[in-house]
Design a protein around this ligand. Structure first.
Ligand code: ZN
Ligand code: ZN
Length: 130
């Protein structure tokens, strides 16, 4: 177990796995997610900005929920997520399935090869500024 800082309330907590939020915030998020889902049910064409204003939720948090797959987007939703690596449209996560497989193996390589002379060249990551 390791201590991590909750991304929401910034307190240190015992981190297990998954999103970096303390148990109190996770509990709180459950009701927030319900609110967002309710709102999207009534108004499916709502973007993150409107959601955050209407429900008074940090837009980054909303994006986190979507990326974590907690909130599903409809095909015509104005909320657009793109793969961090190749830029293709995705509905959850940070990268598309293809890139996820590639980055997963490159992270393992980078972790193991760090500090040693690694034969494989590092995979270049293109981070798009939104
Ligand atoms: Zn917290
Ligand atoms: Zn991709």
């Amino acid at each position: 177990m390791e201590l991590k800082k909750c991304r929401d309330c910034k307190t240190l907590f015992q981190y297990n796995s998954g999103p970096v939020y303390c148990s109190r915030c996770k509990l709180n998020h459950e009701s927030v997610i319900r609110d967002i889902k309710d709102y999207l049910y009534d108004y499916p064409n709502t973007d993150i900005k409107t959601l955050s204003e209407e429900l008074n939720i940090n837009p980054k948090l909303i994006e986190d929920f979507i990326r974590a797959g907690r909130i599903e987007l409809t095909a015509d939703s104005p909320i657009k997520l793109v793969c961090d690596v190749c830029g293709i449209r995705i509905t959850q996560g940070r990268v598309c399935d293809d890139c996820q497989q590639k980055t997963a193996s490159s992270i393992i390589e980078a972790g193991e090869g760090y500090g040693k002379d690694s034969k494989s060249s590092p995979v270049r990551m293109h981070r798009r500024q939104q």
